[in-house]
Design a protein around this ligand. Structure first.
Ligand SMILES: [Zn+2]
Length: 631
C-alpha cells in the first residue's frame, strides 16, 4: 500500500473519513463473497459489498489483462446478471457504461454489486469451476472498483455442501478457513485461488539470516499420495538449487510461498508466476510425466526472484485494462527459461542427455527462425502483447518475423554464461543474477535495460565488454557463436541430417485423393517458399508422380539429393500450377556431448562443465535432502 495515496484520500474526503467515533478512520472497504450453487455448469455467484464509499459515482470493472500474461483477454465477456443494491438490500440503478465497466451514480456510501461468472478453462490466465474445484485467476473472476485500488480487501468463500474443498492461495489467512485478506487491489489481483480437495505438503527453508520461510505444495490430482511425496522431494531440490543461485529466498509476504498445482485430464497446460505463489496446470499425469512437469515448477519458482521482485520498470504499475510493453522479456522470461532446465540438471532431476536435448530444441528453433539476425531481443520482447497466449481471427506472419523471447532469451543467457565462464576467471551468470538481486530485486527497485548493462560492466570490470554484448546481442541483431561457446563445455553443435534433402518448413496435411495441403505459413528461405507456394496450396504431384499416399512424399524425397530440382504440381485457389523447386540441405541441428561423438574431454573442459552443471547447494542441505529421500 502506498501510504501517500491514503493521505490524498483523507484530504479529499475528510467528513466521511472522520465520521466514526474515537477518530477511528473509516476507509472504504471491499468485501467479496463467493458461492457455487451451479458449479456443475461452471457458474459462481459473486457479490461485493463496498462500505464507506465517497459521495461520487461508483464504477466497477472487469480487467482485460492479468499479471504475468501480456496479451489482452477481455474477462468481462463471462460475467452477466449484474445487479446493485444499497445497505438495506434495495435495488440501485446500475448502468453498463463501457463493455467491461458498470456505474452506480447514486448511493449512500454502501453498495452491494452482484453478478454471475461463467468459468471453464483452468490455466494461468482464466478460471474454471466445476463439481471438483474452483480454479480462480483473479482478474478473470472479480470486478474491482475504480478509485479504491489502495484500500484493503477481504474475501469469503462458501464451498458447496458436502464438498471437501479447502483454499490454497497467497492471500493473508485469517482464523476462519474460508476468509482471506489482501492489503490492496494489486496484491489481490496477483493472488490466484484454488478451492479443491487438494493434497498438501509443507516444509520450511532457512535463509542465511536465520529466518525460516514456509513452502506449501497444494496438488489437485488423480494419483497416489506416494507420487505426491516424490513430487514434493523433487520440488524441494529445485527450491534449494535456486536459493543457492541468489543466496537466499525472497522474504515472502506472510512468510509463505505456495505452489498451486492441478494435474488432471481437462486441465490446460500452463504455469503462471505470482509474488508468493504460482499456478501450475497440466492435463498430463504426474505419475508418468513428473520430469516434464518439473520444468514448469522450476521456471515459475525462478520467477519469485526474476520478474516478481527483480522487475522491469516497464511492468509497473501493471495496467489491468491494457497492456504493458516490456523491452526486457528476453531477460525476464528468457533468462528464467535458461535457468529452469539448468537447475533441473544441477538438481539431478534431468540428466546431461535431457539437458542437451533441451539445448537442441532451443537452438534448432532460434537459429533456424528467419527473424533471428533480423530483429533484436528488444524487438521480440515488445511483441509479447501479440504472441503471449493471444488469439486472433486473421493470420500472422510470425514464422517469418518473430522469434519467441523465451528460447531467444534463454540461448542469450546460455551464451553469456559460457562466455563469462571462459573469458573471466570465476565469473558466471549465477554471479550476475546474484548482484542484480542484491542491487534491485531484494530492494524491489525496478530496473531498466541500462541497469542490466551497467551491472554486467560492474561484474566483469570491463565496461567495453558489457557495452559490446548489449549493442550486439540485445539492442542489435548479431547472433552469438554457439558452436564455439558450447565447445568450451565439451558440447558439439552440428547438423543432425547432413546432406539430406528437404522440401518444406511448414505443416503439410495429407488429403486423400488430392495430395498434401500446406496448412501453416511457409518459412522464408525454405524450398517451397522460394518456389512461391503458400498456405492453402495443395501439392498434388512431384516429378509427375501423384501423391496418393501419406508415405509418397518421403519416398520421392529419399530418391533425391541436396541441390536437385524437382517439378512440383500444386493447386492454388483450385487452379493447377507447376513450379521448379530446388531441394535444400536439411536444417535441423543437434547438440551432443564430445563423449557421444567419440571425442576426448580435456581436464579444462571437464572442469568447466562440472562447474557449470553441478549442484550448488550446501553439504548440510544435501544431508537434509538425503534424509528426506530415505524416509
Ligand atoms: Zn515465465
Amino acid at each position: 500500500m502506498k501510504d501517500n495515496l491514503l493521505w490524498v484520500y483523507l484530504l479529499l474526503f475528510p467528513v466521511t473519513i472522520f465520521a466514526q467515533s474515537d477518530f477511528n478512520v473509516s476507509i472504504p472497504s471491499t468485501h467479496y463473497q463467493v458461492t457455487f450453487p451451479n458449479a456443475i455448469h461452471h457458474e459462481a455467484e459473486i457479490s461485493i459489498v463496498y462500505k464507506h464509499l465517497p459521495d461520487t459515482p461508483l464504477t466497477v470493472t472487469m480487467s482485460s489483462s492479468s499479471p504475468g500474461r501480456y496479451a489482452i483477454h477481455h474477462f468481462g465477456k463471462n460475467v452477466y446478471n449484474v445487479k446493485a443494491f444499497n445497505g438495506e438490500n434495495e435495488p440501485l440503478n446500475i448502468t453498463r457504461i463501457e463493455p467491461e465497466s458498470w456505474q452506480i451514480t447514486k448511493h449512500e456510501g454502501t453498495v452491494k454489486v452482484q453478478y454471475t461468472l461463467f468459468a471453464n478453462r483452468a490455466d494461468g490466465t482464466y478460471a474454471k469451476i466445476d463439481d471438483t474445484h474452483a480454479h480462480l485467476n483473479i482478474p478473470a473472476t472479480f470486478m474491482w472498483a475504480k478509485g479504491l485500488e489502495q484500500f484493503p480487501i477481504t474475501i469469503q468463500f462458501e464451498a458447496p455442501t458436502n464438498s471437501q474443498w479447502k483454499v490454497a492461495t497467497q492471500l493473508k489467512a485469517t482464523s476462519h478457513p474460508f476468509i482471506f485478506k489482501a492489503p490492496n487491489l494489486a496484491y489481490f489481483m496477483d493472488s490466484p485461488i484454488k478451492l479443491s480437495d487438494y493434497s498438501l505438503r509443507e516444509w520450511s527453508v532457512q535463509n542465511p539470516d536465520g529466518k525460516k520461510l514456509n513452502l506449501r505444495l497444494a496438488v489437485t490430482h488423480n494419483t497416489s499420495e506416494k507420487i505426491i511425496d516424490n513430487f514434493a522431494k523433487a520440488v524441494k531440490k529445485v527450491v534449494l538449487e535456486q536459493q543457492a543461485i541468489y543466496g537466499e529466498l525472497p522474504n515472502y509476504d506472510f512468510d509463505s510461498y505456495t505452489f498451486i498445482c492441478d494435474y488432471r485430464t481437462g486441465i490446460h497446460g500452463d504455469g503462471m508466476e505470482h509474488r508468493n505463489s504460482t499456478m501450475l496446470t497440466s492435463g498430463d499425469n504426474l505419475t508418468y510425466n513428473m520430469a516434464f512437469l518439473m520444468g514448469t515448477v522450476s521456471h515459475e519458482f525462478f520467477h519469485c526472484w526474476n520478474v516478481e521482485r527483480l522487475r522491469p520498470a516497464s511492468l509497473e504499475p501493471f495496467d489491468f485494462e491494457g497492456a504493458n510493453m516490456c523491452n526486457e522479456l528476453w531477460f525476464a522470461e528468457g533468462f528464467t527459461s535458461y535457468y529452469d532446465d539448468l537447475v533441473l540438471c544441477r538438481a539431478g532431476i534431468h540428466t546431461l542427455d535431457d539437458y542437451t536435448a533441451k539445448l537442441t530444441t532451443e537452438l534448432n528453433y532460434v537459429l533456424n527462425q528467419p527473424a533471428t539476425g533480423l530483429y533484436s531481443a528488444v524487438d521480440m520482447s515488445q511483441r509479447a502483447l501479440f504472441v503471449d497466449a493471444a488469439s486472433f481471427m486473421d493470420e500472422t506472419n510470425f514464422q517469418n518475423c518473430h522469434t519467441s523471447y523465451y528460447p531467444f532469451g534463454s540461448v542469450i543467457g546460455l551464451a553469456l554464461d559460457l562466455q563469462l565462464r571462459s573469458t573471466f576467471n570465476n565469473v558466471t551468470l549465477d554471479d550476475y543474477m546474484h548482484i542484480l538481486w542484491q542491487k534491485y530485486g531484494k530492494k524491489e527497485i525496478p530496473f531498466t535495460s541500462q541497469d542490466l548493462e551497467n551491472v554486467l560492466a560492474e561484474l566483469t570490470k570491463e565496461k567495453g565488454f558489457a557495452e559490446s554484448f548489449f549493442d550486439s546481442y540485445i539492442y542489435g541483431t548479431a547472433v552469438n557463436d554457439y558452436k564455439t561457446l558450447l565447445g568450451n563445455v565439451g558440447l558439439l553443435l552440428q547438423k543432425k541430417y547432413p546432406n539430406q534433402p528437404y522440401l518444406n518448413r511448414c505443416v503439410l496435411s495429407f488429403k486423400k485423393e488430392q495430395g498434401f495441403e500446406i496448412t501453416s505459413g511457409t518459412v522464408k528461405g525454405s524450398p517451397l517458399y522460394n518456389a512461391g507456394l503458400d498456405i492453402g496450396d495443395i501439392v498434388t504431384s512431384i516429378d509427375g508422380v501423384p501423391l496418393k499416399e501419406v508415405q509418397s512424399l518421403q519416398k520421392i524425397l529419399k530418391s533425391h539429393e541436396v541441390g536437385d530440382n524437382i517439378e512440383v504440381s500444386y493447386l492454388h485457389h483450385g487452379i493447377s500450377y507447376k513450379a521448379n523447386v530446388e531441394l535444400a540441405e536439411d536444417y535441423h541441428l543437434e547438440v551432443t556431448t564430445y563423449e557421444q561423438a567419440g571425442q576426448q574431454l580435456s581436464n579444462k573442459i571437464k572442469k568447466m562443465r562440472t562447474d557449470w552443471l553441478s549442484s550448488k547447494i550446501s553439504a548440510a542441505q544435501k544431508e537434509s535432502l538425503l534424509l528426506d529421500e530415505n524416509r
